[in-house]
Structure formats: structure tokens, C-alpha cells
Design a protein around this ligand. Structure first.
Ligand code: TTP
Ligand code: MN
Ligand code: MN
Ligand code: MN
Length: 364
């Protein structure tokens, strides 16, 4: 709370990657509402609308003051008519009817529960919803065909719903470090995603792994997962091979948020409880492991830190404002027709003509 800020004097830039967005901000009462509408648009396969609401929410997260009236919003970017109507209603009445009816709708609640299952995307959840299914229990009851990921998702549903704490992430970091050191001495491991941005809880734990000697990282993932499996630490894992070819990454490539690193979606079995054996147990935790060649490590680091909107905005900025194409592997300059090499995130921001934003302020 900073009472002396004059809202009309605050300049907010249009792209999230041009702004500092802290984890804690002053406008959750508005951003939570806008993010409900964003999520609902996503459930209805309306990406444009979903991103519009998410961008509007993100602008409010960057404000150094709490919004009190519509005047406070006058000079802000990314606030469309619909978002403004919602904000106005909340400022005047304390809540928005559209948001509340969405939040309570059968479809929204079912889609939230079903997409909350590991391995279930919007398309599958929507099909199940239209078949009358509403919850993980319904899948079980009606004997739905589930793939291996979805089976694990249903089996460990309750644990995977529970937020992962930073303390748990630190324990998992130690385990991953031990595994990686055992199979490839000299490898480097970095905690990514929400925890790198300073979050105290997350829905999973993300790691990026590399080795300073280019090529040493090849085929590393199966060695790591074998080691973990032998220790009985994995409840589920699916590894996908590295499928990255530099020449495919230029302007001809279709835009796609998925990268092509060697990566592993997994569920860890994490020991919990006190030292007293009688009360100790375990819980399931989602862990993402990604292996990057050293030459791509800076790009992978930037791409795996998030937030998702921050990443999306970086790529949009690169394409629309700089005629460059950014991915988690590389930065391609279409004007010069060449790849720009970088060893650090700072260099990438500099190529893009952006002020460096530290991870803790990428919570767009
Ligand atoms: P997430 O783990 O999905 O998100 P998060 O860590 O920001 O939040 P949470 O606390 O809920 O876990 O993704 C982490 C980052 O990884 C995200 O910034 C985008 C990136 N990412 C990719 O680059 N490729 C992918 O396929 C996915 C799923 C994520
Ligand atoms: Mn994460
Ligand atoms: Mn998430
Ligand atoms: Mn993740």
C-alpha cells in the first residue's frame, strides 16, 4: 500500500516483457475475477478471448497502487471494453455477476476438475463433460478408457491437487542433484518455473539440466530416470527425445509453445513426515525435467522461467517489434538472417532491445 502514488503519472508499457510484475501486488480482487473469465474462455477453446483477459489482469498486477475507481485506469494499455465493464462492476458492487455465474457454472466447475487431472487437456475434458462426466470419480465409475498418464493422474489426484511447497521443492532439488551427479559428473542443475520466480508454492517442480561440455548431455535423461527408478523414487515418468533441429527454427516454422528438448514429465514419490517412522509416509509430486545442450542453456533458462504470459509476450515482442523469432532454443533475426548466440539471459534481453527483468519480476 503506497497512498501517495498518482495513478495518472504511472506509465505502464503495453507488453508484459517490458514491465516488472512482482509476485505480490495490489489488485488480486480484480485479477482473480479477470482470470476466471480467461480460464473459462480457454475451456471454450477461445484463445483470443482468453489471452485478452489474461493481458488485462497482468496490467493490473504491474500497478504500484490499488485501483479505486475507473479514473485510475485511464492511461493503461490492454484493457478492452469487456474487461473494463467487469472491473467497473466490481468497483461499484463488490463483485461481477458474469464472473460469479461463470465460477458457479456446471461447465466451469467440471472443466476445472477434469483438466486438473494430470494428462487431461481441454479437448478431452470437454468431450467427457459433454458425455455427462463431472469429476475424476465419474471417470472411474463409468470405466473410461484412460492412457497411462491419465491413470497416474487419477490414481494420485488428491496428492497432485495439493500445492508443492518451496521446502518440498528443495528436498526434490537435492534428490535430482544426487541423481544427476551419479550419472554425469560436472552437470549443472537449475530450479526453474514458478519457484525461480520466487513463488512459495507451485503445482509442480521444474528443473533444467546441462553440461558445460557440449554433447555430454546427449542421452542423459534415461540415465537419470533409471537411477531414480532404481531408488524407488518414481511413481510415473514419460521421457520424450530431443527433436530440435536448428534449421527448422527460423521464420518458416509454425509458432508453437512446445519446445523440443529431451524432457521428462514425472511423478515423484516424496518421503514426508517426521523422523518418527510411525507417522512418516509419502506424497506424490509432479516434477518436470528438461535437458538442454550448453549452447542453448540461456534460451532454455529464459523459456522455462515463465510466467507463461511473460513467455508469450516475449515471443510476441520479438516477432512484432523486432522481426526476430524467439524460442527456448534460439533467437533468429529475420532481417540479418542469422541466429544470435547468447550465454546469459541478460544478452537475450539486450538483443531484443528490452530492459533486463529479473525472474522475481516476471510474474505477469
Ligand atoms: P509450469 O510448470 O507449467 O508453470 P509454473 O512453474 O510457472 O507454475 P506452477 O507453479 O503452477 O508450476 O511451466 C514452467 C515454465 O515452463 C513455463 O514458463 C513455460 C515453460 N514450458 C515450456 O517451455 N514448454 C512446455 O511444454 C511447458 C508445459 C512449459
Ligand atoms: Mn512449474
Ligand atoms: Mn501451472
Ligand atoms: Mn512444469
Amino acid at each position: 500500500p503506497k497512498p501517495n502514488i498518482d495513478p495518472t503519472a504511472v506509465l505502464i508499457k503495453a507488453y508484459a516483457c517490458q514491465r516488472r510484475t512482482p509476485l505480490k501486488h495490489h489488485n488480486s480482487f480484480l485479477t482473480d475475477a479477470l482470470e476466471i473469465l480467461s480460464q473459462n474462455a480457454e475451456y471454450n477453446d477461445n484463445e483470443g478471448r482468453s489471452v485478452a483477459f489474461r493481458r488485462a489482469a497482468s496490467v493490473l498486477k504491474a500497478l504500484p497502487y490499488r485501483v479505486k475507481n475507473m479514473e485510475d485506469l485511464k492511461s493503461l494499455p490492454c484493457l478492452g471494453d469487456h474487461s473494463q465493464r467487469v472491473i467497473k462492476e466490481i468497483l461499484e458492487d463488490g463483485s461481477s455477476r458474469e464472473v460469479e455465474s461463470t465460477r458457479q457454472s456446471d461447465q466451469f466447475q467440471a472443466m476445472k476438475a477434469l483438466t486438473g487431472i494430470f494428462g487431461v487437456g481441454v479437448r478431452t475434458a470437454d468431450r467427457w463433460f459433454r458425455e455427462g462426466l463431472r469429476s475424476p470419480d465419474d471417470l472411474f465409475r463409468t470405466g473410461q478408457q484412460l492412457n497411462r498418464a491419465q491413470q497416474a493422474g487419477v490414481q494420485y489426484y488428491d496428492d497432485l491437487q495439493k500445492p508443492v511447497t518451496k521446502a518440498e521443492a528443495d528436498v526434490i532439488s537435492d534428490i535430482v542433484e544426487k541423481a544427476v551427479r551419479a550419472v554425469l559428473p560436472g552437470a549443472e542443475i537449475r530450479l526453474m518455473g514458478g519457484f525461480r520466480r520466487g513463488k512459495e508454492v507451485g503445482h509442480d517442480v521444474d528443473f533444467l539440466i546441462t553440461h558445460p561440455e557440449e554433447g555430454k548431455e546427449e542421452g542423459l535423461m534415461p540415465k537419470i530416470t533409471n537411477w531414480l527408478e532404481e531408488q524407488g523414487l518414481l511413481l510415473y515418468q514419460k521421457t520424450t527425445r530431443n527433436s530440435y533441429l536448428e534449421k527448422m527454427d527460423g521464420p518458416a516454422r509454425a509458432p508453437n509453445n512446445m519446445d523440443r528438448f529431451e524432457r521428462c514429465f514425472s511423478i515423484f514419490k516424496l518421503q514426508t513426515g517426521s523422523e518418527r517412522a510411525s507417522v512418516s509416509g509419502w506424497r506424490a509430486v509432479r516434477v518436470d525435467l528438461v535437458v538442454s545442450p550448453y549452447s542453448q542453456f540461456a534460451f532454455a533458462t529464459l523459456g522455462w522461467t515463465g510466467s507463461k504470459l511473460f513467455e508469450r509476450e516475449l515471443r510476441r515482442w520479438a516477432g512484432q517489434e523486432k522481426h526476430m523469432s524467439l524460442s527456448s532454443h534460439a533467437l533468429f533475426d529475420s532481417k540479418q538472417n542469422l541466429y544470435l548466440r547468447a550465454k546469459t539471459e541478460e544478452e537475450i534481453f539486450a538483443y531484443l532491445g528490452l530492459e533486463f527483468i529479473p525472474p522475481s519480476e516476471r510474474n505477469a
